[in-house]
Design a binder for this molecule. Structure first.
Ligand SMILES: [Zn+2]
Length: 119
């Protein structure tokens, strides 16, 4: 019996990364186009007023993260990540926002923060 030569997998063609992509290499190590998304660095804020949870050797907090993201065949968007594992186990999700929606939420947060501070 003759052994067949095993051809090593080849990389998929690169995508053109956006200027703010934290990787910037075209994502050739992914397995499909849908996995070739560009994302900026994620900025996260741990929420001091939310609960934390210690489970075994893991410590869970609740935090909100924000990044810019462009998925395959998608327009760039702002992604809002909600990791609520400290208070609600299993809640770790994200929302894609238009630029207008992101600005509107940011303005609302500032407005209400000013309200709380009596400004
Ligand atoms: Zn990229």
């Amino acid at each position: 019996m003759r052994a067949h030569a095993v051809t090593p997998p080849t990389q998929i063609p690169a995508v053109r990364c956006v200027s703010w992509c934290s990787e910037g290499t075209g994502h050739v190590d992914e397995n499909s186009r849908v996995d070739q998304w560009c994302e900026s660095e994620i900025s996260s804020v741990p929420l001091e007023l939310e609960d934390v949870r210690l489970e075994g050797e893991y410590f869970y907090t609740t935090e909100i993260g924000v990044s810019a993201r462009r998925g395959w065949r998608q327009n760039p968007c702002v992604t809002l990540r909600v990791d609520a594992e400290g208070r609600h186990p299993g809640i770790d999700t994200s929302f894609d926002l238009t630029v207008d929606e992101a600005r509107e939420i940011a303005e609302l947060l500032i407005f209400h923060a000013d309200l709380v501070e009596g400004k």
